[in-house]
Design a protein around this ligand. Structure first.
Ligand SMILES: Nc1ncnc2c1ncn2[C@@H]1O[C@H](COP(=O)(O)OP(=O)(O)OP(=O)(O)O)[C@@H](O)[C@H]1O
Ligand SMILES: [Mg+2]
Length: 395
């Protein structure tokens, strides 16, 4: 075996990718034409990674997940799982041969079965010859993993919502898949339970090190659980990055807006400084911030700053750097314990600022509102923003 071409293809892709999606497109025929649900997206998941598709309703998250699962036949593109091509224009590996576990939004357990039988069922279907003792070991391991050990004999319907959710997870994991696909698995749970399940799910995922593709429209869920987040908009990927990157360094107004918790001011770029910072002319005045490469004078753009980065001071005269300082008046304060969120009128705008719970301002007090330049992003308002607006108007 001398030539490089003779080297056998390793089981896991050379790059260590568990999933590779290249130029995936999925179109649906709908009354009156074609709906492009997934519009030429590419991404990959590292082995062991927790990767989240995040985006508004209808942006194509489920369609992407179902394409990877083999439940949807893509229009175009290439999908590989664990170094093996499962879809391209000649290949279509069926869902049950892709070696993955899935949990859906409606995590429906089978009500006429016991907890044990719910988990055993996928094994029975997959392999009729599996010995009873082996099956018992696998099922009990899966139930232990999700903390349902000892409840095997109970009717599945006699479990709480959170337990049923864990049961569906055990069912997805029992055959020891190398890949776990989760489509909004927590959305049927009440807020408190959802919170707890987030950390439980993440702990289980880390414990067994399973590569996980998670789908949600909840940005807090995405940020708190993921190694990396892909923000989707109208069938496209707007940004892929770790939670800190998509939160602190959004690449577009859409991402900043969707991730949330930011004040946004629309305007026109007036100048680009040699250091890359940009000056945006807005309704409240000029805002100076970090501009993205590609931004040019005359572009429509948005200045974005997180609530916790806004500084409120009683007196503007104390500010040494006069840029991004605005006169405001406090109109409302919402104390939540660790912090207070103030609404401050600046011209015709309302600025929201989150300050420590010990910093208090009187209603109607005059304050200086400061946007530290390093925390301001000047972001392009692209095609995607406009189409998102169009969609919202059509809905
Ligand atoms: N079988 C189908 N036939 C026609 N259109 C479809 C079909 N499935 C999905 N779509 C459309 O494709 C787009 C993407 O749908 P998808 O279910 O992937 O969105 P999603 O991001 O999962 O949304 P949600 O957060 O609401 O679950 C939507 O406009 C949807 O209406
Ligand atoms: Mg969906």
């Amino acid at each position: 075996m001398g030539a490089l071409g003779d080297v056998p293809i390793p089981h896991v892709g050379v790059s260590g990718h568990m999933i590779t999606v290249e130029n995936l497109v999925k179109e649906f025929s709908v009354a009156g034409g074609i709906k492009v649900a997934v519009d030429d997206i590419s991404f990959e998941l590292e082995v062991g990674e927790f990767f989240t598709l995040l985006g508004p309703s209808g942006c194509g998250k489920t369609t992407t997940l179902r394409s990877i699962a083999g439940l949807e036949k893509p229009t175009a593109g290439v999908i590989s799982i664990d170094g093996r091509m499962v879809f391209d224009h000649r290949v279509l590996v069926p869902a049950n041969k892709r070696g993955l576990g899935m949990v859906f939004q409606s995590y429906a357990v089978w009500p006429h079965m016991t907890v044990y039988d719910n988990v055993a069922f996928p094994l029975q279907v997959a392999d009729e010859r599996l010995r009873r003792s082996e099956m018992k070991t696998l099922v009990n391991e899966a139930l232990e993993l999700v903390d349902l050990g000892g409840l095997g004999d109970r009717a599945a319907t006699m479990l709480s919502g959170g337990q049923q959710q864990r049961l569906s997870l055990a069912r997805a994991l029992v055959a020891k898949p190398k890949l776990l696909l989760l489509d909004e698995p927590l959305s049927n749970l009440d807020a408190k339970l959802r919170d707890r399940m987030r950390s439980e799910l993440r702990v289980i995922q880390k414990q067994i090190g399973i590569t996980t593709l998670f789908v949600t429209h909840d940005q807090v869920e995405a940020l708190s659980m993921s190694d990396r987040v892909a923000v989707m908009n109208s069938g496209r990927l707007e940004q892929v990055g770790n939670p800190q990157e998509v939160y602190h360094d959004p690449v577009s107004a859409f991402v900043a807006d969707f991730i949330g918790g930011a004040n946004m001011f629309e305007g026109i770029v007036e100048a680009i400084e040699p250091d890359g910072s940009a000056v945006l002319r807005t309704d409240i005045g000029k805002i100076l911030g970090r501009g993205l490469p590609g931004l040019a004078v005359g572009h429509a753009a948005v200045a974005s700053i997180h609530l916790e980065d806004v500084v409120l001071t009683p007196d503007a005269a104390t500010e040494v750097d006069r840029s991004n300082v605005f006169d405001g008046m406090v109109s409302l304060g919402l104390f939540n314990g660790p912090s207070v969120v103030y609404r401050v009128s600046v011209g015709d705008h309302v600025v929201e600022a989150q300050v420590g719970g010990h910093d208090t301002f009187e209603i109607n007090a005059s304050v200086a509102v400061v946007f530290p330049k390093r925390h301001i992003r000047i972001l392009p308002r692209g095609e995607a923003e406009r189409s998102a607006v169009d969609d919202a108007e059509m809905a």
